[in-house]
Write a protein that binds this ligand. Structure first.
Ligand code: ADP
Ligand code: MG
Length: 631
């Protein structure tokens, strides 16, 4: 059986674990579960986001409560409505083989009488936001005088949101001898204080360094002038056609504004923040989980703890005021063993914050250049090529084919390809042809200029299990070049770019003239984009946007056979089967819970406009990466 057996979990939970496809316990699970199962103790567990904390407290709680009884025995407090529902679903799922289990979610903004009715039926476990919970205890709708286990999840955030008093009030109605388990990603002073106040000799568990971000997230920053922030954001999106991302802004207003701009520009984006009605937020989260939205623009509070599968990028449109928040932001990606990228758009005045964050997360940022317009056109074209290649033919069109063929009769295959691609290319090209270099220079510009450097296109990428380091090693070995001879290695889904000095051009081109890798032809061409900017990954500010000529003879490059939207799992690692949490779990709560009720406001200022896209002179993604396939 699975490695979970060793933790002492019972048959019901093990069966659910198998169903969910979890194979090995995460570190926090390995450390917390045996202790919590074995004794009744308080616990403080600190672990990075996305490390499976819900199961770390959920499994033991389920196993320890008595499902035969209808008394409320477990209480889980969490900061937002969204998280509350997420945890409820998760716990229900973990406990699906326990007959008679009743888990009830309690949160603001929904009918209190419905919730009270559900409680009355006998809820062994209640998952609640503090505001509504306090309210219902006050109205004697909930009795927690017999609970044995209390979890404070995302404790730091609950305190941030000013729930200290509510929590104190709630816990004053609970028995003194219960066990309290506190779970948090960070341990600010307030959390230690709460631990002292509410707990007795808690067992402490720390996984990874405190405040360190998830391990499989890489961090990049893009230095721009503050006024170019939005343009930079668009380029980052355009250069990553399969992007599925959360974009963080500092204020609700900026969040709303950026989302609106993106929508106007034809992206599938939406805003998520506390000024939206519950209904709007539900709609947005649902669309995001369904991947109808590619870019969720959110405030920190609104997106806290959100667990959506396969988020490829987190983009910090602005850096947060408190750097600890950065960990939470970047933790939205790189979850459950997947890889992710956290990007920061940074202005000169904020740049030193990057170093502070580096110290905190104990990881280095890579200074990257905002891609040039031509680089984006190129990416989009190859994305389209891949997409065409992978598209399954829809035979519903068969009936129309004779007529379509007639219209296109006069064109050869070559010509047709050129035309199809021109549709896409011209759109991006027209938009980007006059685009400027958005990279702010730091002063230490020019070290050679692009004349000395050649950028290449190579038709291998992430789907061949390359990342920039392994591709660099591979090229280094093949070409017998030194580490510094190869730079600006930039790996995309099914192709990549790299640079060498011009003096190596002949060597590179000759080497790849007839090259095969595992039976597949690997070809290298000179790229139009010079890959301006830093060399060797750190220094920046080379020459301008120059066309390096070197015709690439149409865009007929072949690429490997696999799907193109694998970026999120780093190219073929495990494909855990997981519960599809769509359904009723997409609601959230913004700001304080119980107190503020915001019925459903009319008018749609959620920034979510469903599938319609406005036409604009700007390129939109509909042709290329617009709507991602679910995988
Ligand atoms: P945290 O609360 O630490 O941020 P979650 O409890 O939300 O993390 O878990 C993150 C994701 O990882 C969830 O989708 C969860 O289903 C999944 N997960 C949890 N434990 C495991 C495991 N042992 N193996 C695989 N996936 C897991
Ligand atoms: Mg969590």
């Amino acid at each position: 059986m699975s490695k979970f057996t060793a933790l002492g979990l019972d048959e019901n939970i093990l069966k659910a674990i198998t169903d969910m496809g979890f194979e090995t316990p995460s570190e926090v699970q390995e450390k917390a579960i045996p202790i919590l199962l074995e004794k009744d103790t308080d616990m403080v567990a600190l672990a990075q986001t996305g490390t499976g904390k819900t199961a770390a407290f959920g499994f033991p709680m389920l196993q320890k409560i008595n499902v035969g009884s209808r008394t409320t025995q477990g209480l889980i407090l969490s900061p937002t409505r969204e998280l509350c529902l997420q945890i409820t679903n998760e716990i229900k799922n973990y406990g699906k083989y326990y007959k008679g289990l009743n888990v009830v979610a309690i949160y603001g903004g929904a009918s209190i009488t419905d919730q009270a009715r559900n409680i009355k039926k006998g809820a062994q476990i209640i998952v609640a936001t503090p505001g509504r919970m306090k309210d219902m205890i006050g109205r004697r709708m909930i009795d927690i005088s017999k609970i044995e286990y209390c979890v404070l999840d995302e404790a730091d955030e609950m305190l941030n949101m000013g729930f200290y008093e509510d929590i104190t009030e709630i816990l004053s109605h609970s028995p003194k001898d219960k066990s309290t388990w506190l779970f948090s990603a960070t341990m600010p002073r307030e959390v230690s204080a709460i631990a002292k106040k509410f707990m007795f000799e808690p067992v402490e568990i720390t996984v990874g360094g405190k405040n360190m971000g998830a391990e499989n997230v890489s961090h990049e920053y893009y230095l721009v002038n503050a006024r170019d922030r939005y343009q930079a954001l668009k380029r980052l999106a355009d250069a990553n056609p399969s992007i599925f991302s959360v974009i963080f802004c500092r204020t609700k207003r900026d969040t709303q504004k950026v989302a609106e701009l993106l929508i106007e520009d034809g992206y599938s984006a939406a805003a998520l923040h506390g000024d939206l009605s519950q209904n709007q937020r539900d709609l947005v989260m649902k669309s995001f989980r369904n991947r109808q939205i590619q870019m969720l623009v959110a405030t920190d509070v609104a997106a806290r703890g959100i667990d959506v599968e396969n988020i490829t990028h987190v983009i910090n449109y602005q850096l947060p005021d408190e750097i600890e928040t950065y960990t939470h932001r970047s933790g939205r990606t790189g979850r459950a063993g997947k890889t992710g990228i956290s990007m920061v758009i940074v202005s000169k005045s904020e740049r030193r914050k990057i170093h502070t964050i580096e110290k905190m997360i104990q990881k280095k940022f890579v200074a990257k250049d905002v891609p040039s317009g031509m680089a984006i056109c190129e990416v989009q074209l190859f994305h389209l090529a891949n997409k065409i290649k992978e598209t399954e033919i829809n035979h519903e069109i068969d009936a129309y084919l004779p007529n379509i063929n007639e219209v296109l009769e006069e064109f050869s295959k070559e010509e047709l390809i050129k035309k199809v691609f021109s549709v896409e290319f011209t759109r991006f090209y027209n938009y980007y042809k006059k685009s400027k270099d958005l990279n702010a220079s730091v002063g230490d510009t020019s070290e050679g200029g692009s004349e000395d450097s050649v950028r290449y296109f190579i038709n291998v990428g992430e789907k061949d299990d390359f990342d920039w380091m392994t591709l660099k090693d591979f090229l280094k070995e093949m070409l017998q070049l030194e580490k510094d001879d190869l730079y600006k290695v930039d790996v995309k889904e099914s192709f990549s770019f790299f640079n060498t000095d011009t003096k190596h051009q002949e060597l590179v081109m000759n080497f790849f003239k007839d090259f095969e890798l595992e039976g597949r032809r690997v070809s290298v061409e000179i790229s139009k984009d010079t890959g301006r900017g830093r060399r060797g990954g750190r220094d920046r500010g080379r020459g301008g946007d120059r066309d390096r000529g070197g015709s690439r003879g149409g865009f007929k490059k072949r690429s490997g056979g696999r799907r193109d939207d694998r970026r999120s799992d780093g190219g073929g690692r495990d494909d855990r089967r997981r519960d599809d949490r769509r359904g009723d779990g997409e609601k959230r709560e913004g700001g304080r819970s119980g107190g503020r009720k915001e019925g459903s406001r009319d008018g749609d200022n959620s920034g979510f406009k469903g599938r319609s896209r406005r036409k604009s002179d700007r390129p939109n993604n509909s042709g290329t990466g617009g709507r991602r396939r679910r995988n």
